[in-house]
Design a protein around this ligand. Structure first.
Ligand code: DHB
Length: 308
């Protein structure tokens, strides 16, 4: 079965790709994504200056998922801009994830990265791990101001990576902002911010930064991710392409995202845990699930979740 998809006019050879942050910081990691069956190469969210990130340990995997507080380790936007031409030779889209420590940073990075012509740009409004920097996506006015600024300098399709919302009032408020800012696609969700995982044996936190607080990912956040995909799918009446991210560990998880309205899915925790061969497994499992349920294509099941 054909797992290729199109988002904002850009064709992806597969609907399964890495989530920004997972195995996509270094040149070598990005090349490995290029050689793998991933449907795209998504870069780590980039800042102006290269960053080492937070002190370690800063990622911890456990049976239900993961917690991280990486602190935006990345090569800096100039390095990613220089790598884009090489990354584009793999025959799959390159998505540049743009972050920043303040609004001006976003604009500078967006301008230069846009000039390097990634296939798409994802504006990350949802990093939970920089001490003293709240997630922009939880401030609708700041989000609107920022998105309107970067939209002016971005000429490739522009997506927005949002944090999870937990109340329909928040979905609707952010939906209105997105509707006013020329957004071409959404990526839902970033990690569930500021969870805390405890090691009861040693009576201690499991990651060092921020007293152990960090972003949750993996299996346990799937219901939150699905709810956000579904909520925004309904707000935009199926006309806003959505990348579903959160809790995809199997082909059936990917199928659930598609039913809720996702066009594609991204993987973070399971990619870190299993490495780039996970794309082969997930694609095989997704094809098996679609066939089992009698779907001949991805489009046929997109958004088709039934209600009682
Ligand atoms: C980091 C984590 C995120 O969830 C994000 O969106 C950006 C950066 C980090 O800690 O590196």
């Amino acid at each position: 079965m054909d797992l290729s998809i199109t988002i904002a006019g850009v064709r992806f050879p597969s609907c399964v790709m890495n989530a920004s942050g997972a195995l996509c910081v270094t040149h070598e990691e990005l090349l490995a994504l290029g050689r793998s069956r991933a449907g795209a190469i998504v870069t780590k969210s980039m800042t102006i200056e290269p960053r080492d990130g937070n002190p370690t340990p800063r990622y911890y995997g456990f049976p239900g998922g993961s917690i991280n507080s990486m602190g935006l380790p990345n090569l800096g936007y100039r390095a990613y801009a220089a790598l884009i031409p090489e990354l584009k030779t793999f025959g799959k889209p390159v998505i540049a994830s743009v972050a920043g420590l303040c609004e001006d940073d976003f604009q500078i990075i967006a301008t230069v990265i846009n000039a390097a012509k990634p296939d798409l740009i994802e504006v990350n409004l949802s990093c939970p791990n920089i001490p003293g920097k709240p997630q922009i996506g939880y401030d609708t006015e700041a989000s609107e101001r920022l998105l309107k600024r970067v939209r002016k300098v971005i000429t490739v399709p522009m997506g927005v990576k949002l944090p999870p919302y937990f109340d329909p009032a928040h979905h609707s408020a952010m939906g209105s902002v997105i509707g006013r800012c020329g957004v071409d696609f959404l990526n839902l969700i970033n990690s569930v911010g500021n969870g805390l995982v405890v090691d009861p044996e040693h009576e201690v936190v499991v990651i060092k930064p921020k007293g152990g607080f960090g972003g949750l990912g993996g299996a346990s956040i799937k219901p939150v991710a699905l709810a956000n995909v579904r909520a925004f799918w309904k707000i935009f009446e199926g006309r806003m392409p959505i990348i579903g991210t959160g809790g995809v560990v199997s082909g059936v998880d990917a199928f659930e995202h598609l039913l809720c309205g996702a066009t594609a899915v991204q993987i973070g925790t399971v990619l870190v845990e299993e490495g780039v061969n996970v794309f082969d497994r997930l694609e095989t499992e997704l094809v098996a699930q679609l066939s089992k349920k009698g779907y001949a294509s991805l489009e046929e099941c997109r958004g088709k979740l039934k209600e009682l």
